[in-house]
Design a protein around this ligand. Sequence first.
Ligand code: 6PG
Length: 235
Amino acid sequence: MDASPEIHTAFDAADLAWDVSAALIRIAQEAIQARGVCHLALSGGSTPIPAYALLALPEWRARLDWSKVQVYWGDERCVPPDHPQSNYLNAKTSLLDPVKIPPTNVHRIKGELPPAEAAQDYEREIAGITFDLILLGMGDDGHTASLFPGTPILLEQSRRVAEVYVPHLDSWRVSLTLSTLNSARTVMFMVSGATKADRIQEILKNEGGANARPAGLVRPTRLIWMLDREAAGRL
Ligand code: 6PG
């Protein structure tokens, strides 16, 4: 990472959704202006859903030419695309359907395939792509995408996508690897709530050191932490 992280604290979760949506549109517009396209990877989990819903509103969706946005995911649960746990399904219903993005612009991780096959398929899907923006969340344990503490995917050096079994969830996932996250032009974390405050302090005060949490290992060219007051409560 060249520059130090940009840290933005919003008043509450609603303001955070607004600020993340505005930043996403700005970064996407800059990419489209520069290269005619924005390669955007969406986050899973619940935190970004209010931002997706905002971006889907008529007055917001008019601010971005979604036909010039290629949409991907940072990770996916190994479930079918119509499963309630699917990150694809959640983004499709809250954002992609309302903004009427061309189906050919949507590049989902095929969670219905066996994990290794899904990872190989997605590696082909993103071949040659540099992500303009990867939106990430963070769990209480400092995981991000499906890079969980102590999992072998954290050590992956050659693959851009990998399958990972998460023991405490007893489930398989497919995720961009750390090197892919770090090769993005911009990574923007969106983190909300008091349960994440300790981890945010540990990561942003770099108290993790050699044992840094996965989210603390994400060091792209441009790194933005979008927090609400509760998540930033220990800074
Ligand atoms: C996922 C996400 C994961 C998520 C964090 C935070 O597939 O679940 O990629 O990394 O961002 O677990 O989840 P919440 O936003 O629900 O707290």
